[in-house]
Design a protein around this ligand. Structure first.
Ligand code: NAD
Length: 248
């Protein structure tokens, strides 16, 4: 069955890899971007070449109205909503807490947890059976930082992902009876642009060899787990966390 999947931050990295795997299955995707429209257009073209219809839309996940419009585009474009990947996320450069300012914490929480909350709420409004929805699957992209804590590096980011994990548990219990499954993946050290945007371009190369599997992961390897959690193959899985971390 063709599914329609909303992916936040879908123009690059883990979001883009997930969109491409969706497209290979013939699924429709609605991907959001914030700054880089060209990257989003490239992902859209690549999805369509891979066999899936794709709509792109500018959306800051921390802006309620942007998120409402994103979901309206999914429904208007494809008529249904089957899955949502709460993927958009940011990190800041490594700092001990004594040097951090409040603005940094607020920026990270606005995107990583307020944004994820607004996206989950809009997903639920469209999916919940008692409101006329057909159920669905939400996959939150958390982080191993939620378990490891990010000491001396980014305790703020780790806190935002810990909050996401708690929300995943709560939403799975609240929305399960309404036919909506809610799960999370926790990537470890994955080769994407997020490390450069956090001021550590070599982070994956530096830390990958220390993982039990001896290397950093690839965005596609995280996307495979996300796809499984979106797919009916995981129809009895909710409130679950999948560590995609090479054993880290
Ligand atoms: P990335 O930087 O390539 O992708 C992040 C995406 O989020 C980008 O497309 C960006 O435009 C988007 N984004 C940022 N702020 C946004 C906002 N306010 N509204 C909408 N979109 C916004 O990095 P990635 O590694 O692909 O990150 C994807 C997710 O994976 C993030 O939630 C990140 O925290 C998580 N993660 C990544 C790693 C890793 O090692 N790469 C590890 C653990 C968790």
């Amino acid at each position: 069955m063709t599914k329609t999947i909303v992916i936040t931050g879908g123009s690059r990295g883990i979001g883009r890899a997930t969109a491409l795997l969706c497209a290979k299955r013939g699924w429709n995707t609605v991907i959001s971007y914030v700054g880089n429209k060209e990257a989003a257009e490239q992902t859209q073209a690549d999805c369509e070449n891979a066999g899936g219809k794709c709509v792109i839309e500018r959306c800051d996940v921390a802006c309620e109205q942007d998120v409402i419009s994103l979901f309206a585009s999914a429904i208007n474009g494809f008529g249904t909503l089957d899955g949502v990947v709460n993927n958009a996320g940011i990190v800041a450069s490594p700092q001990p807490i004594i040097d951090m300012d409040i603005a940094r914490m607020q920026r990270i929480f606005d995107t990583n947890i307020l944004g994820a909350y607004i996206v989950a709420r809009e997903a639920a409004r469209h999916m919940v059976r008692s409101r006329g929805g057909a159920g669905g699957a939400i996959v939150n992209v958390s982080s191993m930082a939620a378990k490891l804590g990010g000491p001396n590096e980014y305790v703020d980011y780790a806190g935002s992902k810990g909050a996401m994990d708690a929300m995943t548990i709560g939403l799975s219990k609240e929305l399960g009876p309404e036919g909506v499954r809610v799960n999370a993946v926790r990537p470890g050290i994955i080769e994407t642009d997020i490390h450069a945007s956090g001021g550590r371009p070599n982070r994956a190369a530096d830390l990958g060899p220390g993982c039990p599997l001896g290397r950093a992961g690839k965005a596609e390897e995280v996307a495979e787990s996300i796809i499984w959690l979106l797919d009916d193959a995981s129809s009895y899985v909710t409130g679950a966390f999948m560590d995609v971390s090479g054993g880290r």
